[in-house]
Design a protein around this ligand. Structure first.
Ligand SMILES: Nc1nc2c(ncn2[C@@H]2O[C@H](COP(=O)(O)OP(=O)(O)OP(=O)(O)O)[C@@H](O)[C@H]2O)c(=O)[nH]1
Ligand SMILES: [Mg+2]
Length: 222
């Protein structure tokens, strides 16, 4: 009887926890986004926006109030070239991926303009690098079917490429290309991790998609 009441009590008081993985090239704004997310859901916290390049990982858990009533455990991993090999160890246990793009560092964001010779021998440009890295994520079997939110970050900067261009010229072409991987939920949204604009919308999309996908990737209870 005690065990029955205990499990009923735990069921009534525990909440679902979903893991969100922040990916993207170095300097894209992942750690800045993590700081804004922490501050958004813990108003007494001041975001530390003086970030340094991440070597390893940062992690934070945010608690969403009703109606969502769940925890998001957010993993921010380093985006430098030498650290990208570590990303795949997070795929099997994540519930959604946020792929952060620096909208000021992708040229004209039109992969159709890339030369077919690009990346063969010569050093890659950042647009080519971004495409290749996103394709690698989409092709990884452990990440198959995981919802992906692409954030066109740094939209506060005057020299940014606008979100529609990033969506049509880069993201849609990668997703629809031969290395686009399995069918999955995806969305492209504008944001500024520095000012916090668009961060709430990103969280709303993530919450709805991880719940939608919870049979395929069940949450932890805590
Ligand atoms: N203007 C502007 N600057 C931003 C924004 N987001 C991040 N930055 C700046 O971009 C730089 C890199 O930000 P980080 O958050 O450290 O980048 P990261 O993706 O974590 O980089 P790695 O840890 O190396 O993978 C910092 O100088 C940030 O202040 C943004 O939305 N707007
Ligand atoms: Mg970082």
């Amino acid at each position: 009887m005690y065990h029955l009441f205990k499990s009923l009590y735990l069921h009534a008081t525990s909440k679902e926890e979903y893991s969100i993985l922040l990916l993207g090239l170095d300097n894209a704004g992942k750690t800045t986004l993590l700081e804004q997310l922490r501050a958004l859901f813990s108003p007494s916290l001041h975001p530390n926006l003086n970030t340094v390049p991440t070597v390893g990982q940062n992690v934070a858990t945010i608690e969403l109030p009703p109606p969502q009533s769940l925890y998001l455990k957010i993993w921010d991993v380093g985006g430098q070239h030498s650290l990208r090999g570590l990303w795949q160890s997070y795929y099997a246990s994540c519930h959604a991926i946020v792929f952060v793009i620096d909208s000021t560092d992708v040229g004209d964001a039109d992969i159709a303009t890339l030369s077919t010779e690009a990346g063969r021998g010569e050093e890659m440009g950042r647009l080519e690098e971004c495409r290749a890295v996103l394709e690698d994520v989409l092709q990884n079997e452990d990440a198959a079917g995981v919802p992906i939110l692409v954030l066109a970050n740094k939209q506060d900067r005057e020299d940014c490429v606008e979100v529609v261009r990033i969506k049509e010229g880069l993201v849609r072409r990668v997703f629809e290309g031969e290395k686009g991987g399995s069918v999955r939920d995806s969305r492209v949204l504008p944001c500024s991790a520095l000012t916090g604009t668009g961060v709430q919308e990103a969280v709303e999309w993530l919450c709805s998609r991880v719940k939608w996908n919870k049979e395929a990737r069940p949450p932890l209870m805590r």
